[in-house]
Design a protein around this ligand. Sequence first.
Ligand SMILES: N[C@@H](CCC[C@H](N)C(=O)O)C(=O)O
Length: 280
Amino acid sequence: MTASSSYPFLKGHGTENDFVLLPDHDGTVHGDLGAERVRALCDRRAGIGGDGVLRVIRTAAIETGAGQDAEWFMDYRNADGSFSEMCGNGIRVFGRHLALEGLVDASGPVLIATRDGVKTLTFADGAADGEITVDMGTPRVLEETKVSVGDHTWPAVNVDMGNPHAVAFVDDLADAGRLLDPPLHDEATYPDGVNVEFVVRRGPGHVAMRVHERGSGETRSCGTGACAVMVAAALADDAARDTDYLVDLPGGTLRIRWTDDDRVLMSGPAVLVASGSTSL
Ligand SMILES: N[C@@H](CCC[C@H](N)C(=O)O)C(=O)O
C-alpha cells in the first residue's frame, strides 16, 4: 500500500467498546498492519477513533498458528497497537459484519479463529441481526493477586479468559478514580500486562463493573472482562452452574453464563455504525 492510497473501513461497537474494522480478506491490503497505523486509526481526534482494530482476514492468509477450522480470523489490536489473544466485544462485532455481508451463514454456528483459538458464535433466531452468543471457552482461575490505584489496594482474582484479568471487588465503582493510568499490579504475575476490572454487587446474579484495559485504557465495556467478573462473582457466590449473570458496564449490559461443562457463554449486542474509506 502506498501512503496516498485509501482503503475501506467500518466502524462498530459492542456495548460501546468500539472498533475500526479493516476488510483485508486475502491479506493483500495491509501488510503486517503496524502499530503506528493502528494508533492513527484509533486516535479519537486525528483518526477514526476506537478502542481497537479488527482486521478481517481469512485464516489461510495469516501466519498465526490458528487452526484452519474457521475460514475467518479476527486479527485484533489494542488502540496502542499491541496484540491481544482475544476480544469478547470485538468478536461479536466481527461476526455481525461477516453475517451482514453474507460471508458466513448466521443460521448455524459460526466459527471464528482468534489468537486464543477458534470461538463459536450463535445468532439468535439464526438471523444476521440477531443477538450474538459467543462460547468464550473454559476460564482458568489462578492465584489471588492484588491491584492498586492511588492509596487504595484491593485483593483481586486472577482469571485467564485467554487474555489476562485481575478482578477486584470494591465498595463503590468511584473508588477506582479516573483510571487515567494502568492500575498497579504484580508484574511477575502479569509479565505482559493485565486488564483490571472493578466490581460491585447489584443483586443476586447481577453485578456492575468498570475496566481499565491493557493497551486501550479505561473503556466503556470489555467482553472478556465481563466473563472474568462473572466467574469471580459466581465463585464467591458459590452459584450453581448454568445460572445467568447480568454484568452492567458503562456502555451497556452483557449476559454471561458459566455452564455445567465449564464453558463461559457471553451474549450481547453488536452494532455497525459507519463505513467509508480512509488513507490513514
Ligand atoms: N475489549 C476487549 C478486550 C480487548 C483486549 C484487551 N485489552 C487485552 O489486551 O487483553 C473485550 O471485549 O474482551
